[in-house]
Design a protein around this ligand. Structure first.
Ligand code: UDP
Length: 314
């Protein structure tokens, strides 16, 4: 009888890492989640405590680590991912994207495992091309406050490709666009939890700038499906995974007020430095090679997310 496949997921107790753990476990894969918990949360994986195919290791993957036994997949998802978080933890953000990628690639090389990097639409910076295709090289300010995340992820992509070319490794890169859903931290500072919290508590909705900047929001289940299709596919990417339905932040604020049935008012606050003016994925590659398209419209995903926040944070 062949043994179960084994996946190491860094950031395994975070928003996406924990959903990915659930999905791979349901695919019959054994999961070893590694997380230092600076932005991850054990509540996200407490339902897995008794799961015999799940193991949690508290460790900072920017520091070397060993895993005993065979490993088939290494998925590097560890990183602060909200602008507020990476401004609070600039050095750990740089380290997990650089040293953390190095260490996890080393692990994958040692175990002859397939490697998947969680990269980001932030590699496109404040994009001058719209929508963003994987061929676009980006428009990033390396020394601005967001540079700690953007450049760490750009370095991570570079080192993945160096290992791929030099060590002939089997690697994949997904560029993740704005994603939302259950298990986001209510206080992580990102627009989805911020607006939902404000709407549910009758507080003012804080739109930064004039609210004309755009984002395209993907429900977590669609994103996880796209990532897993990439993991099991024969293509290496980078591949954009995100929902191309684009909204201004002002439109988004109104939608949240409606979905939460809220009386909150919209107020305007200063736009953070280097806040991208527009963002929308071109998903032709994912459509063609992964047969993937997002299924959950924003209104439906928001209803579910508001419901979840009501239960977990009221
Ligand atoms: N934003 C906002 N109000 C908030 C939080 C965020 O208007 O309370 C804006 C932010 O300036 C950006 C967009 O919403 O234009 C998305 O921000 P988020 O922090 O979610 O992530 P980003 O896409 O910038 O990485």
């Amino acid at each position: 009888m062949s043994r179960k496949k084994v996946a190491v997921i860094t950031g395994g107790s975070g928003f996406l890492g924990s959903h990915l753990s659930d999905r791979l476990l349901s695919d019959g894969v054994k999961v070893i989640a590694v997380d230092n918990l600076i932005t991850g949360n054990l509540n996200n994986i407490k339902h897995l405590k008794k799961e015999k195919n799940f193991e949690f290791i508290k460790h900072d993957v920017s520091k070397e680590f060993r895993i005993a036994g065979p490993v088939d997949y290494v998925l590097h998802f560890a990183s602060p991912a909200s602008p507020v978080d990476y401004l609070k933890h600039p050095i750990p953000t740089l380290k997990v994207g650089s040293l953390g990628s190095h260490n996890t690639l080393g692990l994958a090389k040692l175990k002859k495992a397939r490697y998947l990097l969680a990269s980001t639409s932030e590699v496109y910076g404040d994009p001058l091309e719209h929508p963003q295709k994987e061929t676009y090289w980006g428009h990033v300010n390396p020394i601005g406050p967001r540079g700690v995340y953007d450049e760490a992820k750009r370095f991570a992509e570079a080192i993945v490709f160096a290992y791929r070319r030099f060590h002939k490794m089997d690697t994949k890169i997904v560029r993740i666009f704005n994603t939302y859903g259950p298990r986001m931290r209510i206080n992580d500072g990102r627009v989805v939890p911020n607006f939902i919290y404000q709407a549910l508590h009758g507080k003012n909705i804080t739109v930064y700038g004039d609210g004309k900047q755009t984002r395209s929001f993907c429900y977590y289940s669609d994103l996880i499906d796209g990532i897993v299709r990439l993991l099991y596919s024969s293509i290496s990417g980078p591949v954009n995974i995100g929902n191309p339905d684009e909204f201004t932040i002002l439109e988004f604020a109104k939608l949240v007020i409606k979905e939460a049935n809220s009386k909150s008012k919209i107020i305007f606050e200063p736009l953070p430095t280097d806040d991208p003016k527009q963002r929308k994925p071109d998903i032709s590659l994912a459509k063609q090679y992964l047969k993937w398209t997002p299924q959950v419209p924003l209104a439906e995903g928001l209803t579910k997310t508001v419901q979840w926040f009501k239960v977990h944070h009221s």
